[in-house]
Ligand binder design. Structure first.
Ligand code: HPA
Length: 272
């Protein structure tokens, strides 16, 4: 993907947006896609319409942008995201981030459902990402560096912006929402981790394991965006409980947590 492909995608969207420029990009994981339906004065654009985009295939993901206003903020909401397990490269999975950056967005809110590795925590709780671990495979910045977006060797010391993390903590406190804070470890999936992989993740310092978020976050950090990442701890990770994991369990937990999760996210957005 070249710089001009990102520009062509952005030009296409600009033409559809009649002067509207998003301040923030919201990439919504399992269970939160409905937030896109709350956007005021919405402009819907299916991913399939946008040059160089490929549609999202994950079940329960709509595969479209919703541009408009949420709690007074100009947003681009992604109803459905691309995961590497669908067959995308990391750069493809994160493609939209650079496009929406070109439209003007400076902040990324990214959410996901993940398995809980930390045995002191509980299913249904929210975890603010303090950091992530991505050890395996190449990242989304592999290949020629696009200097227009950022530097060849971007710093990853504080990709989950401390200012936004402080704001998240304050917002959670003000609304009486319990909020954990910890490290998300990326696994490519789509198979869930083995119990041994989960034990390894715990030894390495992970509190949660999941299959998304990290490609988008690395790309956002590279192009100078501020990032807030929030996980729903949807299940105890493999081997923690004497029971198998299933996608259905994850979706049920995501639906149950959706009211609190969405209110938390909207409140953070409001106090940006
Ligand atoms: N592992 C990886 N991804 C996930 C999990 C998990 O246990 N739960 C939800 N997404």
């Amino acid at each position: 993907m070249t710089y001009s492909s990102y520009c062509e995608s952005a030009d296409f969207l600009r033409a559809r947006l009649n002067g509207f420029a998003p301040e923030a990009l919201l990439i919504l994981g399992s269970g939160l896609g409905f937030l896109g339906d709350a956007v005021e004065n919405p402009i819907f654009v299916d991913y399939g319409e946008v040059p160089h985009f490929r549609p999202s295939t994950a079940p329960g993901h709509k595969g479209r942008f919703v541009f408009g206003t949420l709690r007074g903020r100009r947003v681009a909401v992604m109803q459905g995201r691309m995961h590497c397990y669908e067959g995308y490269t990391m750069a493809e999975a994160a493609y939209a981030v650079r496009v929406v950056r070109l439209l003007g967005a400076k902040t990324l809110f990214v959410t996901n459902a993940a398995g809980c590795v930390n045995t002191d925590w509980n299913v249904g709780e929210l975890m603010l990402l303090s950091d992530h671990i991505k050890l395996f495979d190449f990242g989304p910045l592999r290949g020629p560096n696009l200097e227009e977006f950022g530097t060849r060797f971007p710093d990853m010391s504080s990709v989950y912006t401390p200012r936004l993390r402080a704001l998240a903590r304050e917002t959670a406190k003000a609304h009486g929402i319990p909020l954990r804070e910890g490290v998300y470890m990326y696994f490519p999936g789509p198979q869930f981790e083995t119990p041994a992989e989960v034990r390894a993740a715990r030894v390495l310092g992970a509190d949660a394991v999941g299959m998304s978020t990290v490609p988008e976050t690395i790309v956002a950090a590279h192009c100078g965006m501020e990032v807030m990442g929030v996980t729903l701890l949807a299940n105890m990770a493999a081997g923690v409980l004497p029971q198998p994991l299933s996608g259905a369990e994850v979706n049920e937990a995501a639906e149950a947590a959706a009211p609190v999760f969405s209110e938390f996210l909207l409140s953070c957005l409001e106090s940006l």
